[in-house]
Design a protein around this ligand. Structure first.
Ligand SMILES: Nc1ncnc2c1ncn2[C@@H]1O[C@H](COP(=O)(O)OP(=O)(O)O)[C@@H](O)[C@H]1O
Ligand SMILES: [Mg+2]
Length: 236
């Protein structure tokens, strides 16, 4: 269980996130919706250890105090972040990118089994293992990025706008794979602009506005909420 309490982030004098609390249970899919600049990426980077939050923030994963760890230990603790823009190594092959994801001792010992799981989630990567990632489509590169994160055998996966710029077909494949990741017992915190598709697969949703939680509920509640429908689901 990921438990974040009172998370605040500032860039100098600019406060990007203010006192956000959230939880993600094993196997749960929580989607975070919010406009550009709401603070979604900052929040994910802080939870993933890429950014130190302000004093007063508490973050625990299965009881471990994450903020007592140096940033490079977050992956071994069980958190994996797929940042906006993917962060794959374009000059390396699919197989090499996946191998790099299993860099911690815990992941290395289960590398072969994790690779099988990644290929079960993303069957189109099986035939592409020797292909350079830079020559693949955006959707396929996103699959490699998520696959690489899965190679670290995370307990919590953090995804920052994975569907951005993908074709409808690849979007559909991607969301199905994300639902499959949760079925393996992994908790997913998904930041998305694609509210209809993400609320269709999520258990719960959070609305982030100006760095604060402005609403939350089950995915079914949010899909039925008139304010959510007009702001995020394109209904008028
Ligand atoms: N590295 C940075 N330095 C200064 N301000 C930043 C930085 N990254 C983000 N911000 C600011 O923090 C706010 C939240 O940004 P971000 O977390 O990227 O939001 P979102 O992902 O929801 O679009 C914005 O006002 C943005 O301009
Ligand atoms: Mg962002």
């Amino acid at each position: 269980m990921l438990e974040v309490t009172g998370l605040s982030i500032s860039y100098g004098k600019h406060r990007a996130v203010s006192g956000v609390s959230l939880q993600v249970a094993p196997g749960e899919l929580v989607v975070m919706l919010g406009a550009n600049g709401a603070g979604k990426s900052s929040l994910l980077r802080a939870v993933g250890g890429m950014l130190r939050p302000m004093a007063g923030t508490a973050m625990r994963l299965d009881g471990t105090d994450l903020l007592a760890l140096p940033a490079h230990r977050f992956v071994d603790a069980g958190l994996a972040l797929v940042p906006e823009g993917r962060g794959v190594f374009a000059d390396l092959t699919v197989a090499e990118n996946l191998a790099l994801g299993a860099f911690t001792p815990r992941a290395r010992s289960g590398e072969a089994r994790q690779r099988e799981r990644v290929f079960a989630l993303f069957p189109r990567l099986v035939q592409r293992q020797r292909q350079r990632v830079g020559t693949m489509s955006g959707g396929e590169q996103q699959m490699v990025a998520i696959g690489r994160a899965m190679m670290s055998a995370p307990r919590i996966l953090l995804l920052d706008e994975p569907s951005l710029g993908l074709s409808p077909l690849l979007c559909h494949e991607l969301f199905r794979a994300i639902a499959g990741i949760c079925k393996q017992g992994i908790g997913v915190l998904l930041v998305e602009q694609n509210a209809p598709q993400s609320l269709a697969i999520a258990d719960r949703g959070l609305l982030l506005e100006n760095g604060c939680i402005a609403g939350q509920g089950s995915a079914a509640e949010l899909r039925a909420d008139p304010a959510v429908r007009s702001a995020y689901l394109g209904a008028h």
